[in-house]
Design a protein around this ligand. Sequence first.
Ligand code: NIG
Ligand code: FE
Length: 422
Amino acid sequence: MTILIENIKKLVLTEEKPCKFVSGKAMSELNNIDDAWLLIRNGKIADFGSMNNMEKTNLLFKTEEVKVIDASGKLVFPSFVDSHTHLVYPASREIEYVDKIKGLSYEEIAKKGGGILNTARKMKEIPEEELYKQAMQRLDEIIAYGTGAVEIKSGYGLSTESELKMLRVIKRLKQDSPLTIRANFLGAHAVPAAYKGRQTEYVDKVINEMLPQVAEEGLADFVDVFCDKGFFTVEDTERILEAGQKYGLRGKIHANELDYSGGIQVGVKYNALSVDHLEYTGDAEIKVLKNSETMPTILPGAAFFLGMVYAPARKMIDAGLPVAMASDFNPGSAPSGNMQFILSMASIAYRLLPEEALYATTLNTAYAMGVSDKLGSITRGKIANVFITKKIPGIEFMPYAFGSNKVETVILNGEIVKRELC
Ligand code: NIG
Ligand code: FE
């Protein structure tokens, strides 16, 4: 199908020369076109420009069927890219959250059915079909909020069988959903109950039993480790990243959420594509990240939900680093995949300018999931994943008006997504 969107009040984040990601000062310099048009053909962004010089006769082939959309008063954005989620899970954990408010301890919450290990227990029992159905509903929900690509992790299995079950569900979602999806193998999310006190043996199992099967079935694009205080050590992480490299799986690490864990350093050492969370990031970590190819990725939803300190995003950008921001959508620490909320958090809580917040949730997250050559900006030849807003005053309104859905029409792979989803 060919789609021509015309009279666009503002076409946001256009790129003439595509960048892999944007860092530092450049994050505040956004290219936009006022009073613009955008042409989408064969699932790709074909062309765009200003209404002043749109010659429809030159633009469109005589024989082609064209859907023309009038976007007067509306903005067009590249879809959000959510580079860190755990959205395949068997059940929500709202009781645990209420218990936290009541002051229950971690052990008490675990006993009552909270925590990663309890999600893992439910994961064992849930039929694959039900897991798939629930995850697909979550995908439909995030599409309606403007997400066009998402990374999904395993890590609630913690046994070979359950980890494979999760990853097979992600594989089916990849095939069936219009979203661009990447899978991340997070066998080392927590030490399962059966391996209590035998962490190294569990890491052996991740490396020698799980990874080979995951790789053989082609189920993962990346490998992840929760490298933090009370979870996996730098040594565990090194071993898993090294093993992943043998199978061509690049790392994306959970790092420095709970402490200065060394997770950022080990991620950079092994050329991880991203290090994520980063609440505990000091000068030493910033120095290591400079001139690396590892994307610092902050997860505002988790910090907000758990009441943690916020990662020093402003300081990182001012030091010249790129910053990405993703949802962390999961039942324990971030039960929302709404990237419009993440955009608002970026500005309101982390003091990013709207322009910086946009780069952080589109192009830079696209890099953090290995798709910035295909997605994350309005660039000729990229996949046509875009959304048209309702009538809004300008870009700044997007982070400012937190909590309401500003997205009106979603286009994925050059097709308008059905009304009932949006
Ligand atoms: O990214 N930090 C580690 N893991 C998840 C939380 C998982 C859970 O509590 O279920 C996160 O926030
Ligand atoms: Fe996470």
